[in-house]
Design a protein around this ligand. Structure first.
Ligand SMILES: [Cu+2]
Length: 323
């Protein structure tokens, strides 16, 4: 009961029981095409299944009534059931294609954000170079996402905006939209991309007009405004380290950061080393140079993707993970 109530409250605050809120300029039109197809299908479903049931009852085999053997075709009927669906298909095509072309149209003054998908995190890079794990955008402003993948095919899906596009390795794809409501919305990966695909989601935060620039300014200066350890913690979450490294000692794809600093570790060459700042730095920039025994060499390099101050902040954060 409680969950049902929560669901109903959720449905009310975010949209209908059917669909999430219509929070972009194209959402209404997309829903229009969806309802059109839904209603056409419902009318045909009820008509066809109704006729089927009626025929089964009306023409069932009855004692003493011989089965009719000579059945002739009806030209009028056959033309009708070919031409009417054909015309309905044309209507669906025109409605769908028109909406699709409208969504694909590029706007010149769109605000461009680069998106990178990798197993299993999204990163969003703003024009000033700042990278965040959530998509922040201003309301009522055309947005263009230029997207690529570091590994397999992913797909950006924002249900409240009714937009979805694949993110492909070795090629840029784009996605354009304009949010009409402020608030926080879901962004999912909609292409099955491996073990933790279902963890590959993020938030879209739509800022009221005039507040986005201030947010970006503040977020970009996180190295100055936060303590190094806090900045390191933010980077750990934002830059995907959390997908492979725990901070509570639990085993994941990579070694846990818990009590890592100062630890004696064994490399796959058999050599023992003690984990210090230089070793962590090297592990981040050249993960394959020295690898821990017992782990697969799957850590991606962050060469050119993390600044020196950022690596220093991560080291400070790892140092704090003692208890
Ligand atoms: Cu994915």
């Amino acid at each position: 009961m409680n969950t049902l109530n929560q669901y109903l409250i959720f449905a009310e605050s975010t949209g209908s029981v059917w669909l999430p809120s219509q929070s972009s300029t194209v959402a209404g039109e997309v829903d229009g095409v969806f309802s059109l197809i839904l209603w056409i299908s419902m009318i045909f479903f009820i008509g066809i299944v109704g006729a089927l049931v009626w025929f089964v009852v009306r023409y069932r085999r009855q004692p003493g009534v011989p089965a009719q053997r000579e059945i002739h075709h009806s030209t009028v009927l056959e033309i009708a059931w070919s031409v009417i669906p054909f015309m309905l298909l044309i209507v669906i095509f025109v409605a769908g294609f028109g909406t699709f072309m409208g969504m694909a149209a590029e706007v010149d003054d769109a605000y461009e954000i680069h998106v990178v998908g990798k197993k299993w995190v999204w990163s969003f890079q703003y024009p000033n170079g700042y990278i965040d794990d959530a998509l922040h955008i201003p309301v009522d402003q055309p947005i263009k996402l230029t997207m690529s993948s570091d590994d397999v095919i992913h797909s950006v899906f924002i249900p409240a905006f009714r937009v979805k596009r694949d993110v492909i390795p070795g090629r840029y794809t784009t996605l354009a939209f304009e949010a009409t409501q402020t608030g926080t919305f879901d962004l999912f990966c909609a292409e099955y991309c491996g073990t933790k695909h279902s963890d590959m989601y993020s938030d879209v935060v739509v800022h009221p007009s005039g507040e986005f620039e201030a947010w970006l300014e503040k977020a970009s200066n996180f190295l100055e405004t936060m303590s190094p350890a806090d900045a390191g913690k933010a980077l750990y979450k934002r830059r995907g380290c959390a997908q492979c490294h725990s901070v509570d000692g639990s085993q994941m794809v990579g070694p846990s950061f818990y009590k890592l600093f100062g630890q004696q570790a064994v490399l796959d060459t058999g050599e023992a080393i003690s984990v210090d700042g230089n070793y962590i730095r090297e592990s981040i920039l050249e993960p394959q140079a020295k690898a821990r025994a017992g782990y697969r060499k799957v850590m991606p390099t962050y060469q050119g993707q993390l600044k020196d101050e950022e690596i220093a902040a991560i080291i400070e954060y790892i140092k704090t993970l003692k208890e």
